[in-house]
Design a protein around this ligand. Structure first.
Ligand code: ADP
Ligand code: MG
Length: 764
């Protein structure tokens, strides 16, 4: 008895999924888990919840009284879809609600609840059986977010439990239906995963009505893709027949800039046609760590490629592919372009504008992040301009730092994006990269997020969700058991897990940092004696890499006398500079790096290049360290202050002015570094083994150390040695009894090479 608007009913009936209503309900009736695959825009998200609702799910007087829950990876989709479904449900509008972090519109009446996957995970911590739901739809499963993956693993268990309990006590428990929805056909990771589902769930493929899309690669890859996207969009608008344009860029900043330029280039004849909205400020409520758009990017592809690119390389006018058609009658080259931005942090009201008709005589142009790839379908798009990149959460394996970096998308994503142009008729997709790059650089599918993160971060996240038995967890794509066990051990050493492998209070706090647990621990213990900025600097340095150029690198051995003279001079200069940086402490490489960073802070920008050169420092690494310090300062502010986020995500340069630490601070800093590498302690061998004698004239790099914990590195020799690049190699006295090291390295080329440690500090 749902009464819908005629127009709503008409457009519903045109959706491919509508024809499958019966088949879908039938499958759900007979199976606890069903997988639905369907092209973006086929109606999965808006219609499947309504099918369930109309067949009695979420109705108090039915035998499936529990709510219908739908999860979304992005909060904007949760809000927008709840609103859309509410509108479609006409007289039952009130029965639809949404819940995202800090914002909810659910009450007793709610039957259909849209939420972010994070919200459902939190609910599971207090009610594992999720008894208030009778059906759960996990949407966008193809994205393989870590939250979605973990949810599917957990729900596969809940589903079984609910079935068992409902058999035993049908008055109290009812079964739970699980529906997994994907925009791609690639669902075997779920369906054929025996640890998830003992018998494979049925898969319903919704046949999409997809028109052909012609793909046009750029002949050369545009490294300045913003510029190229602007040019291409202008050309499409002034040369090609009607139809909306969808431009894919990577983030809020780029998008706002593009929107501004395009609006200026193709204005409305009679002034402004946009009801201007005040610039949206990211406040503490929506800028929590879930936000996809908080910009932590360290690496910028534009930087890396700037030398290769130049605008002269642009495609030459007229020869470009995909411009064979011409304007239709009534169109002019200067028609207004109705340009709308679309990204996660944009208020929902603004996002919903993409679903409205553009003003008469104007062409619609939406500039979007990959949110428009599958989450939201924009009507009447004929042209897609794809920069081929997206900003994605990456966890740098080597550095342990999480950032949002701009990377190439996968071929599957590029195809999804192209598909957006073929919803209402044949379309065109303009790829701002060459087919060679597409073939060589684009992965077939994007890697599941769980495999992009260090295992110890995954384990800590799961423990913080109350999942204690990690090794038996039904992962969609499991890390190896061995790596899971190692991760647990490390977390235990860091104090994040107790001796029963249960998360501690400290572990909970650590889990909020988008950093590897080692560094999270260091920052947490650093929040005293004014040491935080120093530890932030140290962590940044350890993350980015070694800023010091080594002696052997800069001063190659020369043959003739001239060069020898030059070598001597260089060497003197080198030693003088290194001595300067070891003034704080002669035993600690960590403090040597901190000294270099502090010194740099006090050099004006214009003079830094010379400073780096004079002191044999790597400029690129030093710059990266500054960038990372800003991010970490922001992250620390967010996580260490009670009232959450400061209004601005920017850290000013002045805030990074560090004076050298005091004597007391130096000792504290050493302890804090140790706290993060407590499993990386080495003792000088003569201290623990009376058989080891150190000759008086032994070179420091030949002195034996023993690691306190077994190392995973294969080593024929039981000892480890100080790396020649360490400050200790020149300390001129017997090196410390106990050392903390960052890593162990070996020169693989030679079978007899020693296992060398990169020391961080001595332990007093
Ligand atoms: P899927 O989940 O399969 O990608 P959706 O259910 O999200 O598909 O969308 C189905 C159709 O509904 C699309 O054609 C889309 O344009 C339309 N639609 C979705 N939300 C709105 C809205 N708020 N206003 C108008 N049309 C919408
Ligand atoms: Mg959808």
């Amino acid at each position: 008895d749902v009464q819908r608007d005629d127009s709503v009913q008409k457009s519903r009936m045109q959706l491919p999924v509508f024809e499958e209503e019966h088949r879908i309900l039938e499958a759900i009736h007979h199976n606890d888990c069903v997988i639905i695959c369907g092209e973006t825009g086929s109606g999965k998200t808006t219609q499947v919840p309504q099918f369930l609702f109309e067949s009695g799910y979420g109705s108090p007087d039915s035998d499936t009284p529990g709510m219908i829950g739908i999860t979304q990876p992005r909060r904007v989709a949760a809000v927008a879809m709840a609103e859309r479904v509410g509108r479609e449900l006409g007289n039952y509008k009130k029965r639809v609600g949404h819940q995202i972090r800090f914002d909810a519109s659910v009450d007793e009446e709610t039957s259909i609840k849209f939420m972010t996957d994070g919200v459902l995970l939190r609910e599971m911590m207090s009610d594992f059986l999720l008894t208030k739901y009778s059906a759960l739809i996990i949407d966008e499963a193809h994205e393989r977010n870590i939250n979605t993956d973990i949810l599917i693993g957990m729900l596969s268990r809940v589903m079984k439990l609910r079935r068992d309990w409902s058999c035993k006590d049908p008055a109290k428990y009812r079964p739970l239906k699980l529906i997994i929805m994907s925009a791609t056909l690639r669902v075997s990771d779920f369906s054929e995963n025996k640890s998830l589902f003992s018998s494979p769930p049925p898969i319903i493929n919704v046949q999409a009505r997809q028109y052909p899309v012609s793909i046009h690669f750029n002949r050369r890859t545009a490294f300045n893709y913003n510029e190229e996207a602007f040019r291409k969009t202008c050309k499409i608008h002034s040369k090609l027949p009607p139809g909306g344009i969808l431009v894919f860029l990577t983030g809020k900043g780029e998008i706002n800039e593009m929107v501004r330029r395009l609006r200026k280039r193709f204005p409305f004849k009679r002034g402004n046609n946009y009801d201007d909205v005040a610039e949206v400020k990211v406040d503490s409520r929506n800028a929590d760590m879930e936000a996809e758009e908080v910009d932590f990017s360290v690496n910028d592809m534009i930087d890396d490629f700037s030398e290769e690119s130049s605008n002269e390389d642009d495609e030459e006018e007229g020869e470009e592919e995909g411009f064979e058609e011409t304007l239709e009658e009534g169109q002019t080259t200067e028609d207004p372009l109705y340009v709308l931005p679309l990204y996660s942090l944009l208020p929902t009201k603004e996002q919903m504008k993409i679903f409205e008709h553009p003003p008469k005589g104007a062409r619609l142009c939406v500039v979007a992040t990959n949110i428009a790839e599958t989450s939201l379908t924009i009507p009447d798009i004929r042209y897609v301009v794809d920069c081929g990149r997206s900003k994605e959460r990456t966890f740098n394996e080597a550095t342990g730092v999480q950032s949002y970096e701009i990377n190439w998308i996968s071929k599957a994503s590029a195809d999804q994006r192209a598909g957006r142009a073929g919803r209402t008729g044949p379309g065109h997709c303009y790829r701002l990269f060459s087919s060679a790059i597409y073939e060589s650089e684009f992965a077939q599918f994007s890697k599941p997020e769980i495999l992009r993160m260090p295992v110890e971060s995954v384990v800590l996240t799961m423990k913080s969700m109350g999942i204690d038995n990690i090794t038996n967890f039904p992962f969609v794509t499991p890390p190896t058991r061995d790596s899971l066990r190692k991760a647990e051990k490390l977390l235990q050493h860091l104090g994040a897990l107790d001796d029963r492998m249960i998360i501690t209070k400290l572990g909970q706090k650590m889990s909020h940092f988008p950093l590897s647990p080692r560094f999270a621990k260091m920052l947490l213990v650093a929040n005293q004696q004014g040491c935080l900025p120093y530890i932030i600097a140290v962590v940044s340095g350890l993350s980015v890499g070694d800023p010091f150029i080594s002696e052997s690198e800069i001063i190659p051995r020369g043959e003739d006398d001239d060069e020898n003279e030059w070598r001597k001079q260089q060497l003197a200069k080198f030693n003088k500079s290194r001595q300067l940086f070891t003034k704080l402490d002669k035993f600690s490489d960590g403090l040597q790096m901190l000294s270099a960073i502090c010194a740099q802070d006090h050099i004006p920008r214009a003079d830094r290049e010379k400073f780096f050169e004079d002191n044999f420092l790597r400029p690129k690494i030093m710059d990266e360290i500054v960038k990372l310090r800003k991010q970490l300062t922001y992250i620390a502010k967010v996580n260490l202050s009670k009232d959450s986020i400061a209004a601005s995500s920017l850290v000013k340069d002045e805030e990074l002015m560090l004076s050298p630490p005091t004597k007391v601070q130096v000792e504290a800093i050493k302890q804090m570094i140790t706290a993060g590498f407590i499993d990386h302690v080495a003792v000088r061998a003569d201290i623990v083994d009376k058989n080891v004698k150190i000759p008086n004239n032994a070179p420091i790099t030949a002195i034996q150390y023993l690691t306190l914990m077994p190392t995973s590195e294969s080593n024929s020799d039981r000892f480890v040695y100080i790396h020649p690049n360490s400050v200790l190699s020149k300390c001129g006295e017997l090196p410390p009894s106990y050392l903390v090291y960052q890593s162990l390295t070996t020169n693989n080329a030679s079978a007899t090479s020693k296992l060398r440690m990169r020391p961080l500090t001595d332990i007093g």
